[in-house]
Ligand binder design. Structure first.
Ligand code: NAD
Length: 433
């Protein structure tokens, strides 16, 4: 099959590489010339484990190439996949400008029957809008389809090659047959449905996962007040197969490029049809508060942060990615600087991407985890990279000015802490001093 992927971000690039790994001819298009040059040279502009090896392998096999020119990439395409960004507008709605621009560019390069599908996360009705844009320019036959993406950054290659399920929203036999054939080698669980339901499945899935996170965070906050341990509670709950253990980890709240934006977009989608999605509004509000819970622990431990130095472990929104979009570290560091603190930071991968969105004279960029602790009045763990989880806590304690560790991800056990003189502030578990 000849496949053209529009957009080479986390979704487009990983999808393009994985489809080529299945033996298809894939051309990936991006509008950023510098990105395309990097990709043509075998360099991956994002951090995603396993991606570069697979990309180079398929480029060398002649199945994968990169271009700025959508018209070149479209000539022989059977399938065109839109994977551009849908970032949030100030009111929470998804910004459709990149989707619309991509649809127009596709329309102008259509030269025969193709299936055009949207992999980006888009509000219900967007695929029909894309159909309208293409039909305005191209009078021949084509089909549209919805192909929502469920990969997780950090495990994107594995998730794409071994998905739990594939969802296809299509209204023609030809389109659903083509997309089913493409994904059949990956999983037996292929849900073929109508386009609007497919668009909704993506938002509903992310909203549900975000709800699980906010739910366990609320339980954690109550645990702190009644003297229970949320990790024990989550373990006991998660063994019930009706509940399941995933997404039951209490902490500093969800971040990243999907959950914050998709929850707010679904609230807007509901609002546009005069439905007040009360539950999801609460999920978003709980998540916003959860960030401040970690700061409250810090204020409790060292009183006033003015003039103090606070160490931050982790800047990306989760481990194994350089993505810092909506990362908890942004709000936490912003607030600390606002209150007059100096901040020492380190992340194994995301230093550069973080610096692009938040740089300030009060931030000291460190070379390693221990350097962050050296001379800090307290240390806050915000991302559970292995490097922090496996740190020698006695060394950390010796490096700190005051033995204060705020653990926004609950990664250390009390047994580990007991071997040190650290004052330990986890989430939803008893403080240890
Ligand atoms: P991204 O911002 O990393 O990448 C988007 C890319 O599209 C950029 O490289 C940009 O230059 C390119 N682009 C924009 N307009 C273009 C055009 N007209 N022609 C060619 N290239 C163009 O975005 P992402 O994280 O890959 O997300 C893409 C979509 O997938 C979003 O809707 C997102 O919600 C959804 N999604 C993301 C994830 C994730 O984990 N990142 C998971 C599932 C779904």
């Amino acid at each position: 099959m000849n496949i053209t992927v529009i957009g080479t971000g986390y979704v487009g690039l990983v999808s393009g590489v994985c489809y080529s790994e299945l033996g298809h001819n894939v051309q990936c298009v991006d509008k950023l010339p510098e990105k395309v040059v990097m990709l043509q040279n075998g360099e991956v502009p994002i951090y995603e484990p396993g991606l570069q090896e697979l990309m180079i392998k398929n480029m060398e096999a002649g199945r994968l190439s990169f271009t700025n020119e959508i018209s070149d990439a479209m000539v022989d395409a059977d399938l065109v996949i839109i994977a551009v960004g849908t970032p949030p507008l100030p009111n929470g709605e998804a910004d459709m400008q990149y989707i619309e621009a991509a649809a127009k560019e596709i329309a102008q390069s259509m030269n025969g029957y193709k299936v055009v599908c949207v992999k980006s996360t888009v509000p219900v009705g967007t695929n029909e809008h894309v159909r309208g844009i293409i039909a305005n320019h191209f009078k021949g036959q084509f089909d549209i389809a919805s192909l929502p993406e469920f990969l997780r950054e950090g495990t994107a290659v594995k998730d794409t090659l071994h998905p739990d399920r594939i969802v296809i929203g299509a209204e023609s036999e030809q389109a659903s047959a083509l997309l089913t054939e493409l994904h059949r080698p990956l999983t037996k669980e292929i849900v073929v449905t109508d386009i609007r339901s497919a668009e909704m499945i993506k938002y509903a899935s992310n909203a549900f996962l975000a709800t699980k996170i906010s739910f366990i965070n609320e339980i954690a906050n109550i645990c702190e007040k009644v003297g229970a341990d949320v990790t024990e509670v989550a373990k006991g709950m998660g063994l019930d197969r009706r509940i399941g253990s995933s997404f039951l980890k209490a902490g500093i709240g969800y971040g990243g490029s999907c959950f914050p934006k998709d929850t707010k977009a679904l609230i807007q989608i509901a609002g546009n049809v005069e439905y007040d999605f009360k539950l999801l509004k609460a999920v978003v509000e709980v998540n916003r508060h959860q960030r401040y819970g970690v700061l409250d622990k810090l204020f409790h431990a060292i009183d006033n942060v003015y003039g103090k130095t606070i160490g931050i472990w982790g800047l990306s929104f989760k481990p194994e990615t350089d993505d810092v979009r909506e990362a908890p570290a942004i709000e936490v560091i912003d607030r600390l600087i606002e209150l007059g603190a100096k901040v020492k930071v380190y992340d194994p991968i995301a230093m550069e991407s973080f610096r692009r969105i938040l740089d300030h004279p009060s931030i000291e960029w460190c070379e390693n985890a221990l350097e962050v602790a050296r001379g800090s009045n307290a240390l806050c763990l915000l991302t559970e990279w292995n490097e922090f989880v496996e740190a020698d806590l006695s060394e950390v304690e010796a490096a700190l000015l005051q033995p204060v560790l705020v653990d926004g991800r609950n990664v250390f056990s009390i047994e580990q802490i007991k071997k040190t003189g650290l004052n330990y502030y986890p989430v939803g578990r008893p403080v240890f001093q």
